[in-house]
Design a protein around this ligand. Structure first.
Ligand code: NI
Length: 187
């Protein structure tokens, strides 16, 4: 099932996700939904908080850029080591239409549980290394815009507010209490 992806600065995106105790069918369904939501939005990575689920689960698929890689679901991912440095123009499905240079480590080694609950370790470079760092950040409530200058971040915040208000206009609004009437009653 394709889920709606939350747009920053939605408050859920700033919260810390929780570890998964058992990799069961509910987690496998979550992973399936996350892949579907990511592909529907044409992304290379997605973290569970982006669809409103505060669990330590991320999915990645960098095969268009790295044909030797494979789609990857990581439960409770934990970065073990970071090596080197690189800079890459990052985007995020929760910050639509924006991209900024972010400095990251070039090589990442991470430990995680796969869809069967088996512990695995991966060493990645290139786009996959960047995506693992970007998505594990999401689990800590950190966005790529937290890595850029506050001036750029505030400009992006303004553009996101515009997107959100244009999205809200499509939904019929609840009738609000007439403030003028309430004031006259209070007099
Ligand atoms: Ni993101």
């Amino acid at each position: 099932m394709v889920h709606e992806i939350l747009v920053w600065p939605h408050p859920v995106l700033k919260q810390k996700a929780q570890p998964v105790a058992v990799v069961d069918d509910s987690i496998r369904t979550l992973i399936k939904d996350m892949f579907e939501s990511m592909y529907a939005a044409d992304g290379v990575g997605l973290a569970a908080p982006q669809i409103g689920v505060l669990k330590n689960v991320i999915v990645l698929d960098t095969t268009p850029r790295q044909p030797e890689s494979k789609p990857l679901a990581m439960v409770n991912p934990e970065i073990l080591s970071l090596e080197g440095k690189c800079s890459y123009k990052e985007g995020c499905l929760s910050v639509p239409g924006e991209a900024e240079d972010v400095e990251r480590a070039a090589v990442v080694t991470a430990r995680y549980l796969d869809e069967e609950g088996v512990e695995r370790t991966i060493t990645a470079d290139g786009l996959l290394a960047i995506a693992i760092q970007h998505e594990t950040d999401h689990l800590k409530g950190v966005m790529f815009v937290d890595h850029i200058s506050s001036m750029k971040r505030e400009l992006i915040r303004k553009r996101m507010k515009k997107i959100q208000s244009s999205m809200a206009e499509e939904v019929p609004e609840k009738p609000e209490k007439k403030k003028g009437a309430a004031r006259s009653e209070a007099r």
